[in-house]
Structure formats: C-alpha cells, structure tokens
Design a protein. Structure first.
Length: 345
C-alpha cells in the first residue's frame, strides 16, 4: 500500500500524455498501478518522478519522449502486462479555442494512441479530451475511431462528464472514450454524479486566501460564491501564467479574482489589489489553481511558476478520473471472474 492509502491494486496501466499526473493520480486512487507514464514535457515528467518518490506511489518508468517514439521503441515491451491504456491526447485539434482541424492537425495523437493499443492489446482503454470532440463536425472522426477499436475487438462508448458533478469546484466538461473487450463491456457503466454540490471558489480557497493574514478574505469568500469557469491558460503558445484569454479573465473577474497573472503567494495583510479596476481582487497561486482543478494539496509540481501553472491548466481533474477508473476496475473485476468461471453477483 502506498503512503497515500491506495488500496492494493489488482490491475496495471500505462498513461499516455501523462502531463502533471491528474488522470494518473485519479486512476491510482481507483486501484490501478502505472507501470509506465509517457510525456514529452520535461517539467511535467519531473513532477511525475517527484510525486512517485515523495509519496511512494510505486509507479514504473517515466518516458520523457514523444508518444510516437514510445510507440515505435517501447510499446512492445508491455505486451501482456497492461490491463488499461489511459491518457489525454492533445486537445487543440478539437478545441473551440483553436481552428478545430481534427485529423488535419499535426497534434492529433489519436492515431498513435490506437497504434499503442494495437501493439499492447489491453483489456480496457480510457482517453479524455475537450468537449469540442463531440461537435457534429467530428461525427465522422468519432465513427472512424470507433471502427478502429471495433476492428481490434473492442466495444466503445463516449460520454461528456462535468467535473463539478464529481466534487470539483469548476465546470470543466470533458469527453471520455472508454473501450473494453466484450467480456468486460457488459459490466461497465458511467459513474453517477455525487449528490453533494461542488464547493464554490470561495469555499474552496478561503483557507489559502487567509493564510497570510489578508483581512478581506471573508468578504471575498462571500463574493466568490459560484464554481469556477473551466480553468484554462495551459497553452505554450499563448503568453505566460495567467487565467487565459479575455473571456476567461472576465469570468474570473465576476468571481472577484484577478486573472491577469498567477500570484507567487496568498494576499498579505493590507492587500488591496495589484491592478486598477481589480481592487480587492486576489491573484490565484499555482496551489490555488491546483485545488480548483481537483488536485490534493500534497501533490507537488516541478518547474518555475509558468511551467507549473501550465501543468495544472492542462490537467484532467483527479476526482473525475478516479470515478471513471472505479467503474472500469469494477468491469474488469467481474469480467475476469466470468472468464475464470466464478460466480458473478
């Protein structure tokens, strides 16, 4: 058992485009052991290694390389060893914030992810992406992906999950594709949203906002009385550490947060704001943004502020990954019992 209390795992996994480990952490907590994680971003890879060391996660190799390199040079090493292939392939090909070029975007890594599945042949696959992937313009693209998985012997299902339905204090709709071999698919169902509403931004961050003695924290908490908009700003192409484009900054301003940059520390005593027109509106720190994304406070991020925030902004919320992972684990458990001829309740 790891130091963070994960139950003894029954199933193994590899994580594609692992980033800062949001999905990997959620699946770990659901009971999957990662035997390999792949990403081409050096600070993100160091984040994975750092948390593996510090928290005794027991994860395997972190491959600091492109997914194509892993597919060519290493995927065959994991044949017969992996129950779940999971990952979040790059979003720009399908994001409404971009040109939505789909298969014509050089960053579309769905084909390489499917190549890896073709080589390894796991029992299950989980791939997450932006909500734009469900747009009508990508209908044929999704059909093609389904057909490729079906040709490999899998049954597929797609769903749009909102992070706020699983206790995360932001909307963050994400598409999830699950593919399972037929003997497991019959036992799979999408997770049920939690009953309690997600906390507001004020409720989520109040203890961090007051940590350095800011007198206005309580008043701010009452004003920041909604869940957050989808956290953005993780792109390497668009500026430094801030909360995203003008529209996103405006949404944060409505929650009395200054989204024009990321802060180095909580607001101090006597804080009145750092920008005209944003009086008494605090900046979010990387730790605050990570909490909005659903990371536990003990999760560490490697790299300077810009690199750390980009890792947070690109992450898949761990609570959502955990909920989906638990359903996949349940399906694999019952499917294996059936294969062994054991009684399935």
């Amino acid at each position: 058992m790891s130091k963070i209390g994960r139950e003894e795992t029954m199933f193994t996994s590899i994580e594609l485009c692992a980033g800062a480990g949001g999905q990997a952490l959620g699946l770990h907590l659901a009971g999957f052991k990662h035997i390999a994680l792949i990403d081409n971003d050096p600070p993100a890879c160091e984040t994975l290694r750092l948390n593996n060391r510090e928290h005794g996660l027991g994860w395997g190799n972190v491959f600091e390389q492109g997914l194509d390199v892993f597919a060519t040079n290493h995927a065959k090493e994991y044949i017969g060893l992996v129950d779940l292939v999971a990952g979040g392939v790059p979003c720009p090909p399908f994001s409404k914030a971009g040109k939505q070029l789909g298969k014509d975007d050089e960053r579309d890594l769905f084909p390489i992810a499917i190549d890896i599945v073709t080589t390894i042949r796991p029992k299950a696959v989980l791939i997450e992406n932006v909500a734009g992937l469900l747009d009508e313009k990508f209908k044929e693209y999704r059909k093609q992906v389904d057909k490729q998985f079906q040709d490999l012997g899998y049954v597929t299902t797609w769903n749009l999950l909102n992070a706020c339905d699983y206790g995360v204090p932001q909307l963050r709709p994400r598409v999830n594709l699950v593919a399972l071999l037929p003997q497991y698919f019959e036992y799979f169902s999408w997770p049920t949203p939690v009953q309690d509403p997600a906390p507001t931004v004020g409720e989520s961050l109040y203890d961090l906002m007051i940590a350095d003695g800011w007198e206005g924290a309580k008043e701010w908490k009452n004003k920041a009385n909604k869940i957050a908009p989808t956290l953005v700003g993780g792109s390497k192409k668009h500026g430094g550490p801030d909360l995203g484009p003008t529209r996103a900054k405006r949404q944060w301003q409505e929650l009395h947060v200054n989204g024009h940059r990321i802060g180095d520390a909580p607001p101090p005593k006597g804080y009145s704001g750092v920008r005209e027109g944003y009086e008494n509106m605090p900046l979010l720190t990387v730790r605050m943004a990570a909490r909005i994304q659903g990371f536990p406070d003990w999760w560490l991020f490697s790299g300077k502020k810009t690199a750390s925030y980009r890792q947070v902004g690109n992450a898949f919320p761990p609570p959502v990954a955990k909920s989906v992972g638990e359903q996949i684990k349940f399906a694999l458990s019952l499917g294996d019992k059936q294969v062994k001829g054991e009684k399935v309740a």
